[in-house]
Design a protein around this ligand. Structure first.
Ligand code: NAD
Length: 439
């Protein structure tokens, strides 16, 4: 990838387009508006709260990321969405049950009610537990994609946007493997015309976004833009692309803990993870075909961090199991249990139990914000195609073909910050530090 020679300034409005206007998307939009009105802080967002060290430790240079790289201001964001359920932003946020109605939703009701989802490209075959009336009708999938492109253009014009980004916050679709229809743009376009079953609605949004020059990030684990046809199209048109599956909750914990065990050369014989959650996402994941998509995304993490091929004595026999159980009383407040069996010196076993009473959408919302701002930055810096430096935000990071993904959150974090330094012409930080001990 070529180092950017200049980065276009973030002038004018940035439209954030959200296919899927449920718990995550409305929590994100409400939080941005609350921050703009000074009612809440954007906690968990690197673009808003984190600093970045520049140069040597002795230089004392550590600006906020938002003061270092030219990202869009929160004031310049406008929001658009699609959803098969016609609820406006306020209704959807109330139904999602994430934010407290009186404290956080009612004060911004005027703003949230003003965002009405556009009719979705939706097919219940791909999300079996859902149905909704707010859907597009077209002769075939290609026409649906063209209708989405029209929506994108209209939204940009009506909202006077300078630039757009799209973050998929829609439900997890059923498991679809990449097939011949995903191998080239020609095959993909033909398959859309023929209504091929391997083309799921999220792929139509991804295609529409890239065709319109709009960066695309996939927050769900389903196949959406992670195949040759769209990866090549994005590269050719210099459109940033990244995914997939926001790294929140239990997997976030896993990618924090597992690198710790490995750095200390502690063995792992088993990791059993189970969850109870009662939101709409939980209901969708109750369908075995949608769960399969999620399971594949969650299981890959340990394998890549622990490298059992390289350390067969420590990780060769590990047993990894992930369960998700739909339990309505919990709503969005998921509980995730982990039982971890590790072993140390001379093979003696130990156990760690983690009980994470988490709030999924509270962890996901800042990820949507950071992805929107960083993807827009990448676009203005002329960085097209897969943005591996944004792996930090994903359970199944998208990488160049043939390259294994980096799952260790600390490596991902260093990669993200070094990419920002590289973009801005600052030296990358290696933590070698021998220069401090020169005479
Ligand atoms: N909350 C988290 O921490 C987290 C973490 C990782 C991934 N995710 C993923 O993010 C996505 C959103 O999660 P959520 O909790 O907001 O779920 P949600 O069920 O509250 O919202 C998803 C919305 O997408 C809509 N939708 C489904 N298909 C669509 C289509 N084709 N076009 C437009 N809209 C469509 C649904 O009607 C629903 O309103 C899910 O796929 C979930 O698996 C969430």
């Amino acid at each position: 990838m070529k180092k950017p020679s200049e980065i276009r300034p973030a002038e004018g409005k940035l439209g954030v387009l959200l296919p899927g206007f449920g718990a995550v998307a409305t929590t994100f939009v409400a939080g941005v508006e609350a921050a703009r009105r000074g009612l809440a802080r954007p906690i968990g967002s690197l673009t808003q709260m984190q600093t970045i060290r520049l140069g040597k430790r002795t230089e004392g240079r550590a600006p906020l990321i938002k003061d270092f790289v030219p990202i869009a201001q929160l004031e310049d964001l406008v929001f658009g969405a699609w959803d098969p359920i016609a609820d406006n932003g306020y209704e959807s946020a109330v139904n999602s049950g994430v934010l407290r109605k009186e404290q956080h939703l009612d004060p911004i009701k005027d703003f949230l009610s003003g965002i009405e989802p556009m009719p979705a490209a939706f097919d219940t075959k791909y999300v079996k537990k859902l149905n909704g009336p707010n859907v597009k009708k077209a002769a075939n999938k290609r026409e649906l994609a063209e209708a989405l492109r029209e929506d994108i253009r209209r939204f940009k014009k009506e909202n006077d946007c300078d630039r757009l980004v799209m973050v998929w916050c829609g439900s997890t679709e059923i498991y679809v493997r990449p097939s011949a229809v995903h191998e080239s743009l020609e095959a993909f376009e033909k398959a859309m015309e023929e209504d091929h079953p391997d083309i799921a609605p999220s792929q139509l949004y991804a295609y529409a976004a890239i065709m319109e020059g709009v960066p695309y990030a996939n927050g769900a684990p389903n196949l959406s833009a992670d195949f040759a046809a769209l990866e090549e199209l994005a590269k050719e048109r210099s459109v940033p692309l990244c995914g997939k599956d926001f790294k929140t909750g239990q997997t976030l914990m896993k990618t924090i803990l597992a690198p710790g065990f490995k750095t200390r050369m502690l063995g792992l014989s088993g990791w059993f993870s189970t969850n109870i959650l009662g939101n709409r996402d939980g209901e969708v994941l109750d369908d075995p075909e949608s769960f399969k998509t999620k399971e594949v995304s969650k299981l890959g993490v340990l394998e890549h961090i622990l490298q059992p091929d390289m350390y067969p004595e420590l990780y060769g026999d590990m047993y990894h199991k992930v369960r998700i159980n739909y339990y309505p009383p919990r709503g969005d407040n998921k509980e995730g249990w982990d039982n971890i069996d590790i072993f140390g010196w001379m093979g003696y076993g130990m156990q760690i139990k983690v009980d994470f009473l988490c709030r999924d959408s509270i962890l996901a919302a800042p990820i949507v914000l950071d992805l929107a701002l960083f993807m827009d930055l990448a676009s203005r810096a002329g960085l097209g195609g897969i943005q591996e430096w944004l792996s930090f935000y994903f359970k199944s990071p998208q990488t160049a073909p043939g390259l294994y993904p980096e799952h260790d959150i600390f490596i991902q974090h260093m990669k993200l910050k070094n990419t920002l330094r590289w973009m801005m012409g600052e030296s990358e930080i290696t933590h070698l530090g021998v220069e401090y001990y020169d005479d």
